[in-house]
Design a protein around this ligand. Structure first.
Ligand code: PLP
Length: 382
């Protein structure tokens, strides 16, 4: 098998698995328990919190564990907006956010908020200037993703953060695709909230975190017990939290080495695709993109047929976001960067891990070229 869908999810690192295992059967105590079995779990949670705080260059008490990216986005955006509505009801986001964020804005519109959905340029970049122009006296929250899941483009988060801070506007960034892959610092960058999800950086699924800057108070998404200082109640998923802590530490230690290898192979993959598949074009920015991310549109094919045929050859790939599979609508991200619905039909996303080899990439491109040839022949595309 050649796995090229690491933006959808990654394989758990063996070191994470080893660290998690004792917390299923040996150290299974509830962290709230007043006995040593509970204390072991509580200590493991604090270790993970420290590992994540170090990775994000922030304080430990600014990290709140959640069930993943979707929950973190919901908490920051919905509760951030509600907390500020006395000051104003205008919100700014981009038209290419993940649905975990976008659907929160649609919901807030129903509750009387007004939302500006900014269009990025054709590479998917949203300039700070464009954000600045959209700011109004009643703007209370801006949410712009760190890097896009479908086209890999990285946004100027530091600049946008500075702008939001100057104007006293809350700023959230969905860093689900970026955290663990790019160096991010809460001290250097002025975001107030940041969402991340462990399964995108070789940790377990169903666990993530929301960074909340210490000076910011927002209402809780859930109500219940005292876990996470009462802000995110519910018995902690201890093995998953432990796994995410280790995944964060390993990602930081190996970021440079992994990133260098991945970006070289990403560029090789892009070049091979462009050279071997007539008409194939890159979507998103060429250099300002995630190190492991390549995405294309290929005219004359249906992305879904290509994926099925790739699967029969043992290759896992995607045509966009894992969350929109089965949707008949063209990708909102490709629409936002001015691609046509026709182009969007032939989209292909290939996302690498640090384990991928040059031989696997060469083999993948050869197979894609063969399948594209067959599909084009069947559809009569010239
Ligand atoms: N945000 C982005 C940019 C994503 O890519 C994803 C998942 O693909 C999410 C949010 C949702 O994360 P999760 O699956 O952990 O809820």
């Amino acid at each position: 098998m050649i796995y090229l869908d690491n933006a959808a999810t990654t394989k758990l690192d063996t070191e994470c698995l080893q660290a998690m295992l004792p917390y299923f059967q040996e150290n299974y105590g509830n962290p709230g328990g007043l006995y040593s079995l509970g204390a072991k779990s509580k200590k493991a949670i604090q270790t993970a919190r420290r590992q994540i705080a170090q990775a994000l260059d922030c304080e430990m008490d600014e990290i709140y564990f959640t069930s993943g990216g979707t929950e973190s986005d919901n908490w920051a955006i919905r509760m951030g907006a509600l907390a500020s509505q006395e000051k104003g009801k205008h919100l700014i986001t981009s038209a290419m956010e993940h649905h975990g964020a976008l659907h929160c804005f649609r919901e807030l519109e129903k509750q009387g908020f007004r939302v500006t959905y900014l269009q990025p340029d054709e590479e998917g970049i949203l300039s700070a200037k464009k954000v600045q122009e959209a700011i109004r006296p009643d703007t209370v929250l801006i949410s712009i993703m760190y890097a896009n899941n479908e086209i890999g483009t990285i946004q100027p988060i530091e600049e946008i953060g500075r702008l939001a801070k100057e104007k006293g506007i809350l700023f959230h960034t969905d860093a689900v695709q970026a955290f663990g892959h790019l160096p991010i610092s809460a001290k250097r960058e002025a975001f107030d909230f940041l969402s991340a999800s462990a399964h995108k950086f070789y940790g377990p699924k169903g666990i993530g975190f929301l960074y909340i800057r210490k000076s910011i108070a927002i209402p809780n998404l859930l109500l219940g017990g005292n876990q996470e200082s009462g802000h995110r109640p519910g018995t902690e998923n201890v093995p998953a939290i432990v796994g995410m802590g280790v995944a964060a530490r390993v990602s930081m230690e190996k970021m440079e080495e992994r990133g260098q290898k991945e970006s070289l192979l990403r560029d090789y993959l892009i070049q091979q695709m462009e050279n071997n598949i007539p008409g194939c074009t890159l979507t998103g920015a060429r250099t300002n993109r995630l190190p492991n991310h390549a995405s294309f549109v290929i005219p004359g094919i249906e992305g879904e047929s290509l994926l099925v045929m790739l699967d029969m050859k043992g290759i896992c790939a995607s045509s966009g976001s894992a969350c929109t599979v089965g949707s008949k609508e063209p990708s909102h991200v490709l629409m936002a960067i001015n691609r046509t619905p026709e182009e969007a039909k032939g989209s292909l996303r290939l996302t690498l891990s640090y384990e991928i080899t040059e031989d696997e990439i060469r083999e993948t491109v050869l197979i894609i070229a063969q399948i594209v040839g067959q599909l084009r022949k069947m559809s009569g595309y010239k």
